[in-house]
Design a protein around this ligand. Structure first.
Ligand code: SAJ
Length: 459
């Protein structure tokens, strides 16, 4: 329970309430509690609340002690009771902003959090939105709902937008040392926001409006999605030319200026990079503007799972096996290495496409014991020599470090590597890499050596 003996910044009130104890909210409450604040975490998931109050972390990026130390010091408690928001001097909203089934923004979590904050709003409270969203959300969605209480922004309460910049799995850049952009509805709002964050975040980046803050975050993630789309297209082109895209990327990355390395992959996963740019695309469609870079990158990134399955089909076919009579092992289903999150993971698309082709699909992921997608639950398999020897093909979709890729290359008859995870293991091989993603088994010759209609008539 929170220690009420110490004087808080208000009359017995709490310094901070955080709505949403996920990969953004939980590290935030821990940093604030470590800085001496008394923090109340809010979540709709009873299990998250219970585990937090038990001093446990449900995230890979935080240990149980990270959470437990704050709980035992009486500085951190969790609850599902949203009426307790009124106890908090500052409230930070860190809820998910996913896409709906029609791939449009789903701000329902922001809306329900805002309604709860409005229902418990009290004078002098500072409200912060940290969830990634389209420019205009803070001013057009949150502000009117909060002012419906009769309170005035910048006078009775204060409202800012400050984008989260959590990189799951990153052990270097954490909540405390990652520069924090912040914009306020009014100058007074910005001042309150800067005063709050300066208590536990090293570097603040104040900007002139909440829209600048919202757009900054969208730019950061659109930058990644578009550059990943570019490098994925380079992979598709290199495959047709029979050029080793990994070697090309390593060579380009030696340029000490004017270049930033991105790597191709099986598609774009996670709750941010594939999602956030579509928030902007959706907003701009309502203003009759077509976000061409975002749309093209989304198309190319979405094509990658089909490309990967095409490689599996190609290799099996050359081994005179049909996909429908094959057993395929997917190595890694999380959306990126060293995380357990499968949201928007391309592995789910690849799994579903292979199953649709009639393959028997098994997966192994040290971070993901079971996988539920669209009503189907797949149980992860233990990675053994026997399993590797008894599949017809292995597809490396997520390159977790704990997997023995030498063993994969040795025992699986066909290996499709979408992350260049076998690079070190192949270094000693006669033909280290035929240049394609089929690193063991068959690889078709480059497109320009396959006779075309014209070349046949030329003869
Ligand atoms: N990916 C590639 N090639 C690359 C980089 C990533 O295919 O060169 C893929 C990954 O495998 C993954 C997806 O893109 O499937 C997204 O990976 P990511 O690391 O770019 O994105 P997230 O969602 O894990 O975290 C990102 C943060 N990442 C980095 O800054 C490196 C950051 O952009 C945001 O703070 C965070 O999203 C967020 O919450 O917006």
């Amino acid at each position: 329970m929170l220690d009420h003996t110490e004087q808080s910044s208000g009359d017995g009130r709490l310094d901070l309430g955080v709505v949403g104890l996920g990969y953004v909210g939980l590290p935030l409450v821990v940093e604030a509690a470590r800085a001496g604040m008394r923090v109340l975490g809010f979540d709709v998931k009873e299990e998250t609340v219970l585990s937090t109050n038990r001093g446990e972390s449900h995230l890979n990026d935080l240990t149980d002690d990270d959470v437990g130390d704050c709980v035992r010091a009486g500085r951190l408690e969790a609850t599902t009771d949203m009426t307790r928001l009124r106890e908090c001097d500052t409230v930070s909203i860190c809820v998910p902003t996913p896409l709906s089934k029609t791939r449009d923004p789903d701000i329902s979590f922001i809306l329900s959090a805002t309604e709860a904050v409005a229902a418990n709003l009290r004078p002098t409270q500072l409200i912060l939105l940290e969830s990634t969203t389209y420019p205009g959300t803070t001013r057009d969605v949150l502000l009117p709902r909060l002012e419906k209480t009769g309170f005035r922004v910048g006078k009775d309460f204060f409202l800012c937008f400050s984008p989260e910049r959590v990189d799951p799995g990153n052990r270097v850049w954490l909540t405390k040392n990652t520069p924090k952009v912040i914009g306020g509805i009014t100058p007074q709002c910005l001042d309150r926001g800067k005063e709050f964050y300066s208590r536990f975040i090293d570097t603040l980046v104040p900007v002139s409006s909440v829209e600048v803050g919202e757009m900054t975050k969208i730019l950061e993630n659109t930058f990644r999605a578009v550059n990943i789309g570019l490098v994925n297209e380079i992979a598709l082109i290199s495959d047709r030319l029979g050029v080793d895209v990994w070697e090309v990327i390593e060579a380009a990355a030696t340029k000490p200026f004017g270049y930033m390395k991105f790597t191709p992959g099986p598609g774009l996963g996670g709750h941010c990079i594939p999602v956030d740019p579509r928030y902007l695309a959706w907003k701009m469609r309502s203003l009759n503007y077509s976000t061409r870079f975002i749309d093209v990158a989304s198309e190319i990134n979405a094509e990658m799972p089909f490309f990967v399955v095409g490689k599996v089909r190609e290799a099996l076919n050359h081994a005179r096996k049909s996909v429908s009579e094959s057993r395929v092992l997917i190595l890694g289903v999380a959306y990126k290495s060293e995380v357990d999150d499968v949201r928007e993971s391309p592995a789910v698309d690849i799994l579903r496409l292979l199953e649709a082709d009639g393959a028997e699909v098994v997966y192994h992921d040290p971070f993901v014991a079971s996988l539920e997608a669209n009503g189907t639950v797949w149980e992860g398999a233990t990675l053994t020599d026997d399993l590797l020897s008894r599949v017809d093909a292995a597809v490396i979709v997520t390159d977790h470090r704990s997997v023995d890729y030498e063993k994969v290359l040795e025992l699986a008859p066909i290996v499709v590597d979408t992350r260049n995870a076998t690079q070190a293991a192949r270094r000693g091989m006669l033909r280290p890499n035929p240049g394609g993603w089929i690193v063991k088994g068959y690889r078709s010759p480059p497109a320009d050596t396959i006779p075309t209609e014209e070349s046949c008539t030329d003869e």
